[in-house]
Design a protein around this ligand. Structure first.
Ligand code: HSE
Length: 291
């Protein structure tokens, strides 16, 4: 039997839409073993009663994607998923299953593919690299898609900060959250974001976190998603006032991610209380970046 533990991820980190992502220290676990025939999938934990246990299961589909590119064809498969990451909350649960499925299938097939090839497969399945890259590699990852659709990446050390995730009690599909984005953005907004991304990378590399609040500003996606995440702007504003160094929508939302040196409890409680003022139940999770 092969087993992998794949971290949650927070994508975008404010301005780095489809470019930046960071692994977080909580995990989904996936196991696989070959069996004599047929497909058997068991799911424990979050989403156990709603995720498919047949060929529509994303872990199986990722495995099948890899097997179809090899000569290897298992007689049957038993897959176990132990889920600790909430679904459709902007915390990369799909990415864990895609990455986990590919890594396990690669093990079963005798490791014909490199890590870089697995990342390219994962990006093709997910459609964007910023969750699958840190899920596969850990840390903070800058992912660049070439015009040929290949991924070039650089991995940075994780910041020595705590992360607090405010997790609303509703799901938001990434597809829906991408449909509200404009086909074009104005030049000034593109410059605004590229300046913040550049500053953010420099701050992370020099471990100088004084400017993180400015680094996390965004004009490419968050405001367009405001209506999908009631209270988003207020949660970001009040969470900063509660002492967080930087706050942003986590991936496509609806969760909000805060980076903080301390005051984790008050940051988390502020997120929950502010969501509640907008009629949204939420909880918070204190964690840290994962290497
Ligand atoms: N960059 C993607 C988006 C991340 O914001 O749509 C999805 O988790």
């Amino acid at each position: 039997m092969y087993r992998v533990k794949v971290p949650a991820t927070t994508a975008n980190l404010g301005p780095g839409f489809d470019i930046l992502g960071m692994a977080l220290d909580f995990y989904n676990i996936i196991e696989v073993r070959e069996r004599e025939e047929g497909l058997k999938i068991e799911i424990e934990g979050l989403g156990a009663d709603e995720l498919p246990t047949d060929e529509n299961n994303l872990a199986y589909q990722a495995m099948d994607y890899l097997f179809s590119r090899t000569d290897y064809s298992p007689a049957g498969l038993e897959i176990n998923l132990i889920n600790q990451i909430p679904l459709s909350r902007g915390l990369g649960s799909s990415a864990t299953v895609i990455v986990g499925g590919l890594v396990l299938a690669n093990c079963l097939a005798g490791e014909p593919f490199s890590t870089d090839e697995l990342l390219n497969f994962a990006t093709k399945i997910e459609g964007h690299p910023d969750n699958v890259a840190p899920a596969l590699l850990g840390g903070v990852v800058i992912s660049v898609m070439t015009e040929d659709g290949e991924i070039i990446y650089k991995r940075l050390d994780v910041p020595k900060l705590s992360t607090v995730v405010g997790i609303p009690d509703f799901k938001l599909s990434t597809t829906e959250a991408r449909e509200v984005l404009p086909a074009q953005v104005i030049f000034e907004d593109a410059v605004f974001n590229s300046s913040r991304v550049a500053l953010l990378i420099a701050s992370l590399m020099s471990k100088d976190y004084d400017l993180l609040a400015t680094c996390f500003e965004d004009r490419l996606h968050q405001s367009y998603r405001q209506d999908l995440v009631p209270g988003m702007d207020s949660v970001i504003k009040y969470t900063k006032e509660a002492g967080a160094l930087a706050v942003a929508l986590s991936g496509a939302g609806p969760s909000i991610i805060a980076l903080t040196l301390n005051q984790e409890e008050s940051v988390g409680k502020t997120m929950v209380q502010t969501f509640a003022r907008h009629g949204i139940e939420a909880n918070y999770k204190i964690t840290k970046p994962a290497t």
